[in-house]
Design a protein around this ligand. Sequence first.
Ligand SMILES: Cc1cc2nc3c(=O)[nH]c(=O)nc-3n(C[C@H](O)[C@H](O)[C@H](O)COP(=O)(O)OP(=O)(O)OC[C@H]3O[C@@H](n4cnc5c(N)ncnc54)[C@H](O)[C@@H]3O)c2cc1C
Length: 390
Amino acid sequence: MVDFSLSTEERQIRDTVRAFITKEVMPLEQEVLRNERAGRPGVAPEVIAELRAKARRSGFWGVNTPEEYGGMDLGAVMSAIIAMETGRTFVPFSFGGSADNILYACTDEQKQQYLLPTIEGERRSCFAITEPGAGSDARNIRTRAVRDGDDWLITGEKIFITGGNEADFVMVFAVTDPDKGADGGVTCFLADRDMGWKSEPIATMGEWGPASLVFDEVRVPGRNVLGEVGKGFELAMRWIGQGRYLIPARAIGSAERMLQMAVDYAPTRHSMGRPIADYQAIQWQIADSQVEIESAKWLTLYAAWRVQQGLDARHASSIAKLNGAVMANQVVDRVLQIHGGMGYTKELPIERWYRELRLLRIFEGTDEIQKRTIARNLLKGHVRLGGIGE
Ligand SMILES: Cc1cc2nc3c(=O)[nH]c(=O)nc-3n(C[C@H](O)[C@H](O)[C@H](O)COP(=O)(O)OP(=O)(O)OC[C@H]3O[C@@H](n4cnc5c(N)ncnc54)[C@H](O)[C@@H]3O)c2cc1C
């Protein structure tokens, strides 16, 4: 039988996270807005570190991290539910104790240097595949790594790298065999900043900026290959695959919070002698938003469930990511519309969410690339219509 209910333990975890976000994180929102409006970072890294430490003291650490690394290992479904809760605020908070999924491919020596300090929050990573000439077409990267004795020399440019200006090390993808390209000729390297790569922030319409990275014959020891030589593209796809259910999960929390703002505002705002909540034009925007949020919720939980069951989740995740990104943009636009001129001002956080959520339709696979994947899977017979959970 299909069962959509949460277990008692799952509900308790969800409620605890919701209480933490409401009591500890949301009170920072006004300060975050003030700081950002003044051109400063919204929240200092020390404040986030303190919040993470507080959460850790109450048991929240490493939501999706294996227990052998001190994590809670709650699985993909619970991780998605937690992302929905953290998404309710625009304060850039996430629980500590986690690391990029592909860092678990580290050797024992690499684990000491990269995986464990990242889990502890002592080191910051970034993931770099995109280049000025290769975004959606990631198979076409040109950054080159050539052997020099036991080392590799990496040369090339990466662009739009989240955290690239703050990271201590990068998981950088480079071509090691141009004849093979992405099919066996791309390798992932762990490159510390002090090995010589440079970063430059990129201003965006959002409140946090990615960076461009330049590698000019950066010398990386052979022991810093992550995984195997030639198997980098698979690692890149695995990293991107993880975000495909967490991105819409977070968007669901944001959309629900904003829709609540519209639901609270519409009965209080009067126009032509009546609350705007009385007008069908407003009611339909509210109803459409909830329908879309609920659709996104179940698509996302289904994708997460497939991940948790060890089933192939790629198709379901593409559907969830596409749907969630579009949904969030439609909801924020409607919520802004319902607030009229006030929605457009910087008095309210709606315009901030509007700018931030626009990214969801672009990174980690644009809308068009998700549609291409979905259509190709159907046209090539990789997935069949009509199934439930198969
Ligand atoms: C804020 C931000 C953070 C990011 N963080 C990271 C990061 O941490 N690490 C990283 O490696 N990258 C990162 N990216 C890069 C991001 O993944 C790419 O921007 C994205 O994949 C799109 O690539 P592109 O910008 O080169 O656009 P393009 O690939 O040039 O696409 C331009 C347009 O053409 C469409 N298009 C392209 N190919 C096709 C096709 N075959 N069929 C139909 N339409 C197509 C696209 O959908 C898009 O609308 C980030 C980007 C941003 C903006």
